[in-house]
Write a protein that binds this ligand. Structure first.
Ligand code: GAR
Length: 195
């Protein structure tokens, strides 16, 4: 299963996927490329560290909707990698429904909360400030909604009274680093899985 990772941030989840691959823990999946909209993003350094081909798309804004020409650019760049699975690992642009239709049942997203709670940006901080005792992370199929679509996997992360936002954030990221590679491995062993 050819896996293409899209990200805009540090790339810690891309690194976790690539580490799983190096340790033969990614099932039949192989990361064939990484695409980012941020040239200076850490995920590009991670790609270089693991010798994974990269592509950049240029966007007028770092977050929010892709413009029509940006969607076309991204579509062409995704096609270059012929992916079987597209993994949004901290990709902060909204995928328009046209693009989802071109790659049906192929796009999954990682989100740092137990969806459907705390959709959108700054999910960990908002859950923390709300005072929830359990949040976590979710991997789900991408549909036209934001952080919507059928849930594939989730992991709960308990918040201890002594946790600062920084510590709780680290705990959620640690959960993501286990759940995302495991989900990709499971999907690669079940090619008939439909998002
Ligand atoms: C992850 O926590 C991921 O869940 C989040 O961005 C972070 C990327 O970290 N995604 C979203 O908030 C999407 N709504 P990384 O660049 O270190 O992998």
């Amino acid at each position: 299963m050819r896996v293409l990772v899209l990200g805009s941030g540090q790339g810690s989840n891309a690194k976790a996927i690539l580490e799983a691959q190096n340790n033969l823990l990614l099932g039949n999946a192989q990361v064939v490329g990484i695409i980012s909209n941020i040239p200076s993003a850490g995920i590009i350094d991670i790609a270089e560290e693991y010798s994974v081909p990269t592509a950049l798309i240029s966007c007028s804004k770092e977050t929010g909707k892709l413009e029509i020409n940006e969607t076309e650019d991204l579509t062409q760049k995704i096609k270059m990698f012929s992916p079987d699975l597209i993994v949004l690992a901290g990709f902060m642009k909204i995928i328009p429904s046209d693009l989802i239709d071109i790659f049906p049942n192929k796009i999954i997203n990682l989100h740092p909360s137990l969806l459907p709670s705390f959709k959108g940006l700054n999910a960990i901080e908002r859950a923390f400030n709300y005072g929830v005792k359990i949040s976590g992370c979710t991997v789900h199929c991408v549909n036209a909604g934001i952080d919507d679509g059928p849930i594939i996997a989730q992991a709960p992360v308990r918040r201890m009274d002594t946790d600062t936002l920084e510590i709780y954030t680290q705990k959620i990221h640690a959960a993501e680093h286990v759940v995302l590679p495991l989900t990709i491995a499971n999907l690669s062993m079940n090619p008939n899985y439909q998002c």
